[in-house]
Design a protein around this ligand. Structure first.
Ligand code: NAP
Ligand code: MG
Length: 485
């Protein structure tokens, strides 16, 4: 068996209990590796290593320039093994290889971006009304605990590691149980690149055994979590005990809003891409498709017809547009929502498992029309290729339905009327809003949600702030006693 060890304090190690768990190829349902089942003692070891690396050793002495260069080297190392990493990511997640290649490129770009930003963290001078110099300094927050999901394993790791390392933090990162392989592959290069031991630790394991002890650990200063809102709530509660700083990037039920004046062909493509890219396993998936009534039936027919032509296939086949879902658990979850939807709305495309695959967690791209926004399939995050089509009449109804959700991660609006598009942009309560597009994500621009989609922002210049403390320094320039007594 291909046993891949986790990375703690500069070494590849097994768990202290020597327990292992399997990692699958979701297209064949076969086990492709085993990784250590990390437990609280392993997390403790990683947290102590990260704490020691933050408090002493070479890391606190590295300059911002040094850290920037290390991140550039890491990016270069990713680009050198891009093909290998993309293949591993595609095989482990089930995502089409072409999409995995995009992800690997984005991962490298993220390290480059924060490598450059490391030397642009600025303090400031405060205009206090006294003979004094008042400074604001920015300092790393300390040990960052980072917990990520399985849909974009490498990119999610980069979104967390890159700003943390640029800021001067040290990290304990837990990949999702389903997809630990690509980040462990990358970890093989950490030492050679020049990261001191303990600066980056990767603990594999499950939420309960490895995730929750990171959140509770007294030596961890900050938690950055991406995952479901349900787990986000648990993390927030647990972090309260030690008043940890927390940022949460959670789920969504994002509206993709189409007005009648939008370019029709672009609209159909945008609706399909918004929900079916990465098999719909996207936090910002445009899962509620709001369509103006005057184009509604034409839109439903065109979208359903085109969805039937989407090519499902093995992830490593370059012509594949949709691979299998990541796991059996996710497959069963999406299949159950397909059934729930059949009782709630009108099925117009897909709705089951494709006939052509004997093995693998494949599901058909599925579209329900005439969906009530109160239906479960319109309210609950499916996190799979299930679209709900909802008609609306006029701008104010579109906005009302768009905002009628506990989530607020993303939204998109399609119209050639700039005034209307911008009114909708302002009215929608979401952290990311696209106009005449859906899903492009750039490391240069902030990412995060409103409402129950979480708080804090990753990416962009502000992404590093989540890993910085603010210190006020007051320097008295009077040489006399205060003279109060
Ligand atoms: P999840 O079940 O919430 O798990 C996310 C991570 O948290 C995993 O590593 C998981 O470990 C860990 N975890 C589970 N229980 C925990 C606990 N009690 N304490 C600490 N950690 C715990 O989410 P998922 O199924 O992996 O991913 C899908 C969700 O992520 C969706 O809701 C999606 O919207 C969201 N997401 C959001 C964004 C964004 O940017 N907003 C991006 C991607 C995904 P296990 O591996 O054992 O499950
Ligand atoms: Mg999970």
């Amino acid at each position: 068996m291909n046993r891949v060890r986790m990375y703690i304090d500069g070494d590849f190690v097994e768990s202290s209990s020597d327990a292992w768990f399997p990692v699958y190829d979701p297209s064949t349902e076969e086990i492709i590796a085993e990784v250590p089942d990390g437990n609280p003692a392993d997390v403790d070891r990683a947290a102590r290593a990260a704490r020691a690396a933050f408090d002493k050793g070479p890391w606190p002495q590295t300059t911002a320039q040094d850290r920037g260069r290390l991140l550039f080297k890491l990016a270069e190392c990713i680009r050198q093994q891009a093909a290998e990493l993309a293949e591993l990511e595609s095989r482990n997640c089930g995502k089409p290889i072409v999409e995995a290649e995009y992800d690997v490129n984005d991962t490298a770009t993220c390290f480059e971006y924060y490598g450059g930003l490391a030397t642009k963290v600025l303090g400031s001078v405060n205009p206090v009304p006294d003979n004094a110099l008042s400074l604001t300094l920015k300092e790393p927050v300390g040990v960052a605990g980072q917990i990520i999901p399985w849909n974009y394993p490498l990119a999610m790791a980069a979104w967390k590691l890159a700003p943390a390392l640029a800021a001067g933090c040290t990290c304990v990162l837990k990949p999702a149980e389903q997809t630990p392989l690509s980040i462990l592959q990358l970890a093989k290069s950490f030492e050679e690149i020049g990261f001191p031991k303990g600066v980056i630790n990767i603990v594999t394991g499950f939420g309960e055994g490895a995730g929750s002890p990171i959140v509770a650990h007294p030596l961890v200063d900050k938690i950055a979590f991406t995952g479901s809102s349900a787990v986000g709530k648990l993390i927030l509660r647990s972090a309260a005990d030690s008043i940890k700083r927390v940022t949460l990037e959670l789920g969504g039920k994002s509206p993709n809003i189409f007005f009648a004046d939008a370019d029709f062909d672009a609209a159909i493509d945008g609706a399909l891409f918004g929900i079916f890219v990465n098999q719909g396993e996207v936090c910002s998936a445009g899962s509620r498709i709001l369509i103006e009534k005057s184009i509604y039936s034409k839109f439903v027919d065109a979208m359903a017809a085109k969805a039937k032509t989407i090519k499902l296939g093995p992830p490593l086949d370059r012509s594949t547009k949709m691979g299998p879902l990541v796991s059996k658990e996710q497959y069963e979850r999406v299949r159950s929502y397909q059934e729930i939807g059949k009782g709630e709305a009108k099925l117009v495309s897909g709705g089951g498992r494709p006939q052509s695959f004997a093995k693998g967690y494949y599901v058909e791209p599925t579209i329900f029309a005439d969906v009530d926004n109160n239906a479960r399939i319109a309210r609950e995050e499916v996190f799979g290729p299930v679209a709900t089509l909802i008609p609306f009449e006029g701008e104010s109804e579109a906005i009302r339905i768009a905002n009628d959700t506990p989530y607020g991660l993303a939204a998109a609006v399609w119209s050639r009327d700039i005034f209307r598009a911008l009114r909708v942009v302002k009215a929608v309560r979401a952290g990311v809003v696209w106009v005449n597009h859906m899903q492009p994500t750039y490391v240069e621009a902030p990412w995060g949600g409103y409402k129950q989609s979480g708080f804090g922002r990753e990416l962009g210049p502000g992404g590093i702030d989540e890993y910085l403390e603010t210190k006020q320094v007051h320097i008295n320039l009077n040489e006399q006693p205060i003279g109060w007594y």
